[in-house]
Design a binder for this molecule. Structure first.
Ligand code: HEC
Ligand SMILES: [Cu+2]
Length: 396
């Protein structure tokens, strides 16, 4: 631990909540203090000498002062010990960060412009990162587009996520998240219900709790990755026990009984990041708004118009580059293998529910859902074609 007492509540650092925190803070303080100890006397000597030995204008300068072996040895050898100490602790910390312990709990992380999706296995995805206290957790991270960087200040961990390869990071959280009291939870539930009606998303800042009633640590993207980089944030919840984490995961494992596909689609729209590119109120974001789109004709880049029906929506989710809406860049990531059949169907029903009521004519296609999944080859051929087509300027 530290010479400086309790670093957990210092003005310089966020919460200290992982097994890395105290080592990392200690070396940071050490380097800072050493720098100050050298900087201040050097400045005093510098300005003091300049003042003391200055000569009036026109007076000849003294001849060169010869070297002083004792002083030179002291100021070379002395500080090199300090540098060795810094290197030793720095290298030790680095190696600790890079060596993932055996048997760590594994969670997948998928980064894309501009959101996070954690993969808890068995088809459970969620934007929040949930882990267990005092247990090593390993994140296996991928990026779908550009370089992102996962940064959890309270855990003192940060790692770039480079597209086209896996990047790893591990930590052991040491402080479980506080739970909301029954009273607070009732209030959170009330807000969650209201948000559902108004279509607003959860404000972690306002509530300082997750909708499930956990306090959290912040998780940021620390690599400038485009327009909404500053909003590429999520939260980390630390559970008391693995059983509690498993119960939380189970809660999100599938569409709960009694929830309609369209309602569950609305949840997936929020949870799976569609929201960052598609609005439900007609606003044009990175992608087209869902409002009033279902049942209308969609102009494509380099192709004849198609009707926005179940098959088109399904294909757009699984093979987004097969048919690219005119006026948009082909930047939507594929959700193939990431959404179950029921998930895709729920999203289709959700988008349909927002569609143009007068033009809703897709009814007869209702159960052709899996047909689109078989058009894989066709889709990738079309993908190439679409890729070429975007080289030319899109209409509007
Ligand atoms: C990175 C931004 C981005 C994300 C995230 C994203 N999309 Fe898209 N989406 C787009 C863009 C851009 C287009 C238009 C270009 C195209 O057709 O590929 C599009 C097109 C679509 C279309 C066709 C819409 C139309 O009217 O032509 C559908 C349907 C769709 N997305 C559904 C989804 C769903 C469902 C999700 C979440 C599971 C999602 N998208 C996530 C960017 C995104
Ligand atoms: Cu990013």
């Amino acid at each position: 631990m530290s010479l400086l007492g309790d670093l957990n509540h210092s003005a310089f650092f966020p919460d200290s909540a992982s097994s890395f925190s105290s080592d990392s803070d200690w070396i940071f303080y050490f380097i800072t203090v050493v720098c100050v100890i050298f900087f201040v006397p050097i400045c005093i000597a510098l300005f003091g000498s300049a003042w003391k030995y200055h000569k009036a204008n026109g007076e000849p300068a003294d001849s060169q002062i010869d070297h002083n072996t004792t002083i030179e040895l002291v100021w070379s050898i002395g500080p090199s010990f300090l540098l060795i100490i810094m290197f030793y602790f720095g290298a030790q910390g680095y190696l600790n960060h890079r060596t993932v312990p055996e048997g760590a709990y594994e969670i997948g992380v998928d980064a894309k412009m501009w959101g996070w999706t954690m993969n808890y296995g068995s088809g459970v995805y969620h934007p929040e990162l949930h882990v267990v206290v005092n247990e090593s957790t390993k994140l296996t991270m991928t990026s779908q587009d550009v370089i992102h960087s996962l940064y959890i200040p309270a855990f003192r961990v940060k790692k770039d996520i480079v597209p086209g390869r896996y990047n790893y990071l591990w930590f052991k959280a040491t402080k479980a998240s506080e739970k909301a009291t029954a009273e607070q939870q009732a209030e959170l539930d009330r807000v969650a219900k209201k948000n559902k009606e108004t279509g607003e998303s959860w404000s972690y800042d306002d509530h300082q709790f997750t909708p499930d009633g956990y306090r959290f640590y912040d998780l940021y993207c620390a690599e400038y990755c485009g327009t909404n980089h500053s909003e590429m944030q999520t939260v980390v919840v630390v559970h008391e026990t693995e059983a509690e984490l498993k119960a939380w995961i189970k809660k999100y494992s599938a569409r709960p009984d009694g929830v309609t596909p369209a309602a569950y689609g609305a949840t997936l729209y929020e949870r799976r990041g569609c929201k960052s590119c598609h609005s439900t109120d007609g606003t044009k974001l990175v992608g087209p708004s869902y409002e009033g789109s279902f049942g209308t004709m969609r102009q494509l880049t380099g192709g004849s118009p198609v009707k926005v029906d179940e098959n088109y929506v399904r294909e757009s989710i699984l093979y987004p580059k097969a048919k690219v809406a005119a006026g948009y860049q082909p930047v939507m990531p594929s959700y193939k293998g990431q959404l179950s059949d029921d998930d895709v169907n729920s999203l289709v029903q959700f988008i349909k529910s927002l569609g143009d009521p007068s033009a809703a004519g897709g009814e007869e296609n209702n159960d052709t859902g899996s047909a689109a999944a078989e058009t894989g080859d066709e889709a990738s051929a079309a993908e190439t074609a679409a890729g070429d087509a975007t080289e030319t300027t899109p209409q509007n």
